[in-house]
Design a protein. Structure first.
Lengths: 164, 808
């Protein structure tokens, strides 16, 4: 196949350029071209959310976005939220409240939760449950995930208040 | 040296058994730095993809690979013909049968592997799959095991002799070409006599539907054959990496020391990743053929269609009792649909797993179980989906039979359970079907559960609800689901448990480093259970070094001692025991070193938290850190340098965790939507290693139980087409459907396990499925319901309501 296109992506603040077939899915471009392997492939049909990233300010399932659609986009993955030097408050809370087990859904789940808390900094339990309903976890039964997100929300809010 | 730290602080500092230690795995998983099989990327690596059969039963007339091979980027297309010279076109299954790796002349289920394409990337491989031309001749399809046993259509011609006779299978005589085995336990005649002469008899037929473990990560492997050194490295989603190494060696002829199997991080297993799949074999062959690494990762549809279904048991029960409710006999017959190949992952001597635990938690003096395994045109598998071997089926069976008997007796089902529990003083208890239950205190757990939910109050509320419903004041009915379960886990004693002849022991090897930290390697492999956290806790308590100073490694057969892997809740009962025993060997040597350093006799020192102290003189001691340093750096007469130990643990018995669950559910009879108002789960898993991890396991197991009971299903149409092959149709609950669970516990240690632990990962699934199902059925009991089959999805619940006239 030689119908490759020139793709530009900004991922986690870094610019990338590469050649790809337009039909290539964003998740594979991230994982295989850019070696960003935090987001995972669980279903390739948008159901499971393991591939969730933030694209141009919205949560998207990167397994159903063609790289052609993503051309020029700003993308944030789990790697862009926090790392060893400065963990994201969600990353800390998922550990604190045992919000993960096998870890396969976790990057997508935390990426989605981060966007959810941006959209709604003070969610109810019900709003959290609805807000992450596009992300499937097979291990935890969600109870501790919900707890982790609610706890992160109150920590973020407390930090905001303290700053004001 | 002055010791200013209190004993309590020293205990807390260990982060040993009993504390809710935070997980060490979480740092990499929360930062996107897990290393799953699809993250393995090697120079020059090719990608494999399968051509799969669209038919459930067909003869293959021809396969044309020319167009596929002509596609740029395609390196090879393998068919059975290519594998035959290597004797790899068929492979042994874990159940003593054999299975086609690539279709050999015919296909037996939809989605069966027909050809394996190897190409430069996954897109080219997928394109090439479309270009392989396969000509099929359709054959009559059998998806019903009862019809299969009467049909003239022979599914497995390889299992019929030339003269038409039917040779016995791996588990004895077969009565029909499509029959796999008949397996029996207990006394049928005696059981029939008891039932025929009983005061009360209840009978019921139930279908435990086919479903699938569906971990979020699908199955896959990366094979890399280093032809220069003759070494094969195989990464994969393996719940039993050592078994895979042995099987790979037997199949390929490569000596076992030249094969290194690595299970990296595994994205959930739940039984799906126990078996050996054609994809693993094909990636190995393709790497040998091409000389470069080959990756195979199945997609979700392939996962649901071809690797590892669970359940599919047609169960027929008879239970007898006195008028007062004392159970006298139990008869169970199962027609087990195993699909096209018998690829169940059960210990060799147990072709129906531990289905003979079906007398449950009750003192039933006489019982019989017969299981007929049957071939059909469905995918092979029969794995234990989040349970010990077929225990979910067994517990569902008995917990439904109890409910049906309660209806027959017009008795409260909670009361009926109480009357029949195995009593505390009866343990160790030998059940009518042979198992010896190690320990239990069922009545205490049951009473605690019923009190916690105010069971009497719930029944009163339900009675009021029935009255309100009949009076037209509400359209919601209320169900109280009960279940009391006993698991049988920790397979198992080598004397009666093996897989492909390999005894089901497990292992731990410990090396203490001079500065007082340690690495321990086990024969198991975590798939989310948190072994790196909890096994370090066992060791911390046993050897007196902080869990934070102990690295746990699993999954690399070049470094880890041989073990049978992680499934059937066997890690803590078997490898956990090995860990404690290896720790005790470390301690025994440490004691000698401490005594030498303290200039006293070995018997004059004793272990205390993190040190050995001179008896009666606690101010004279050597910490385990000091002892570790001395072990390497001080010449001690009569002792070798170093501080290492290994233990291979062959458990004397299984362990028998148990629990009491109650579910309160409201059901809208017009929509069929169930609403779980409350779920209370009391688990007794013996000694508790990490309460946080236990609770997490229970939440997860209950959610998988909810899924199975309320909608999850692998369904086929009459042509053998899979109707639930994507997550659009295959129910995985989201956060929106799942309730908050209340967890509780009692502690009845296992008397034979070194630390008294029993295992917990699967209990909530085993106990949860009947509890959710019983809640649905109990809601309709006041309106005449006796039994309806799972899964209780909205449509089926609506039908139940409709059949009972609740829409009139």
């Amino acid at each position: 196949m030689s119908n490759k296109m020139h793709v530009k992506l900004n991922v986690n603040g870094e610019d990338h350029e590469f050649l790809a077939e337009p039909r290539e899915l964003l998740i594979y471009a991230l994982r295989e071209k850019l070696n960003i392997t935090g987001p995972h492939v669980g279903c390739e049909t948008s159901h499971c959310g393991a591939c969730t990233v933030t694209m141009n300010g919205k949560s998207v399932k990167s397994c159903t976005v063609f790289v052609a659609q993503a051309n020029g986009a700003e993308v944030t993955t789990i790697e862009g939220l926090g790392g060893p030097d400065a963990l994201h408050v969600l990353q800390e809370n998922f550990k604190e409240h045992h919000g993960l087990q096998c870890g396969f859904c976790t990057p997508g789940m935390i990426t989605r939760a981060a966007k959810l808390l941006e959209e709604n900094p003070n969610p109810t339990e019900e709003e959290v449950r609805f807000g992450i309903a596009g992300n499937i976890c097979r291990c935890t039964g969600y109870q501790n995930i919900v707890k982790s997100i609610l706890s992160a929300a109150s920590e973020l809010n407390a930090a905001k208040e303290a700053a004001q | 040296m002055k010791d200013e730290v209190t004993r309590e602080e020293r205990v807390a500092g260990l982060k040993g058994m009993g504390c809710s230690r935070k997980r060490v795995e979480d740092a990499r998983f929360t930062q996107g730095k897990g290393n799953y099989v699809d993250d393995v990327k090697l120079p020059g690596m090719l990608h494999g993809d399968f051509v799969r059969s669209p038919y459930a039963h067909a003869r293959i007339k021809s396969i044309n690979i020319d167009a596929a091979m002509a596609l740029p980027g395609v390196t090879a297309v393998l068919t059975a013909k290519d594998l035959e010279p290597l004797s790899l076109h068929w492979m042994p299954t874990l159940a003593g049968d054999k299975q086609m790796v690539l279709a050999d002349g015919k296909v037996l289920f939809q989605g069966q592997e027909v050809a394996f394409v190897v190409a430069s990337d996954r897109y080219v491989a997928a394109d090439a799959v479309e270009l392989v031309e396969v000509e099929y001749e359709e054959l009559e399809v059998l998806v019903d095991p009862f019809k299969s046993l009467e049909s003239d259509v022979v599914l497995r011609e390889d299992l019929v002799a030339e003269d038409g006779s039917i040779p016995p299978g791996a588990h004895g005589p077969r009565k029909h070409p499509n029959h796999i085995f008949k397996w029996e336990a207990g006394e049928e005649e005696a059981t029939n006599q008891v039932i025929d002469n009983a005061e009360v008899v209840a009978t019921e037929e139930m279908y435990y539907h086919r479903t699938h473990p569906c971990p979020l990560e699908t199955c896959g492997s990366v094979a890399s054959m280093d032809k220069v050194n003759g070494k094969l490295t195989l990464w994969g989603t393996f719940q039993a990496p050592h078994v895979v190494r042995t099987v790979a060696s037997l199949l390929s002829g490569i000596e076992e020391h030249n094969i290194r199997v690595i299970s990296p991080d595994i994205g959930g297993g739940f039984g799906n990743k126990v078996g050996v799949y054609p994809g693993y074999v094909c990636s190995i062959v393709a790497s040998i053929v091409t000389g470069v690494p080959v990756k195979w990762v199945e997609d979700r549809m392939e996962n649901l269609m071809s690797t590892a279904f669970a359940r599919d048991y047609w169960m027929k029960g008879k239970i007898s009792a006195t008028k007062e409710g004392k159970i006298t006999g139990l008869h169970c017959h199962v027609t087990a649909d195993h699909g096209a190949f018998d690829a169940c992952a059960d210990p060799t001597k147990f072709p129906a797993g531990f289905m003979n635990i079906c007398t449950g938690s009750y003192d039933i003096p006489t019982a019989y179980l017969g299981v007929d395994g049957v071939y059909t045109n469905k995918a092979p598998g029969g794995v234990s989906y989040r349970c010990s071997f077929r225990v979910t089926e067994a517990v569902y069976f008995i917990e439904r039979m109890i409910e049906v008997l309660a209806i027959e007796l017009d008795m409260d089902p909670a009361e009926l359970r109480s009357i029949n529990f195995i009593k505390k003083d009866q343990f160790p208890y030998t059940a009518a079907l042979g198992w010896e239950y190690d320990s239990g205190d069922y009545q205490t757990a049951w009473d605690k559960a019923l009190e916690a939910v105010d069971y009497k109050g719930l029944r009163a509320e339900q009675a009021q609800r029935v009255a309100d419903f009949k009076a037209g004041k509400t359209r919601k009915v209320m169900g109280i689901g009960l279940s009391f379960f006993t698991e049988i886990v920790g397979a198992g004693p080598v004397k009666n448990c093996d897989i492909l002849g390999m005894g089901m022991f497990d292992s731990c090897e410990i090396r203490i480093h001079p500065t007082g930290s340690a690495v321990a390697r086990l024969g198991t492999i975590s798939q989310g259970q948190g072994h790196a956290t909890t096994f370090a806790q066992i060791l911390a308590t046993e050897i007196g070094l902080s869990a934070d100073s102990i690295t746990i490694e699993e999954g690399d057969t070049d470094t880890a001692p041989y073990g049978l892997g992680t499934y059937g809740s066997r890690s803590t009962p078997v490898a956990g025991a090995a860990t404690a025993m290896a720790g005790r060997k470390i301690r025994a040597k440490a004691q000698m070193i401490a005594a030498y350093l303290l200039e006293v006799h070995d018997d004059d020192v004793e272990f205390d938290v993190d040190r050995f102290v001179v008896k009666g003189a606690p101010e004279r001691f050597k910490t385990m850190k000091e002892i570790a340093y001395a072990a390497y750096n001080q010449a001690i007469p009569g002792l070798e340098p170093g501080l290492e130990a290994v233990s291979y643990y062959d458990p004397p018995n299984m362990t028998y965790p148990f629990g009491a669950y109650v579910c309160v559910m409201d059901i809208d009879v017009d929509t069929g939507v169930p609403e779980i108002r409350r779920f209370y789960a009391l688990d007794d898993c013996g000694t508790r290693i990490n309460p946080m991890v236990i609770e997490g396991q229970i939440h997860g197991g209950l959610t998988e139980a909810l899924a199975v009971a309320l909608g999850q299903e692998i369904a086929y149409d009459d042509m053998g087409n899979v109707k639930t092959g994507t997550l659009m149709d295959f129910f995985l609950p989201t956060a929106w459907e799942v309730p908050n669970y209340e967890t509780d516990y009692t502690v009845t240690p296992s008397p034979h396990h070194p630390i008294g632990a029993k295992g917990v990962g699967e209990s909530p699934h085993v106990g949860g499925v009947p509890c959710f199902s019983n809640a649905v059925q109990d809601a309709f009991r006041p309106f005449g319901n006796r039994h309806t089959n799972m899964p209780h999805d909205h449509w089926r619940i609506w039908q139940t309501a409709n059949n009972l006239g609740l829409h009139d």
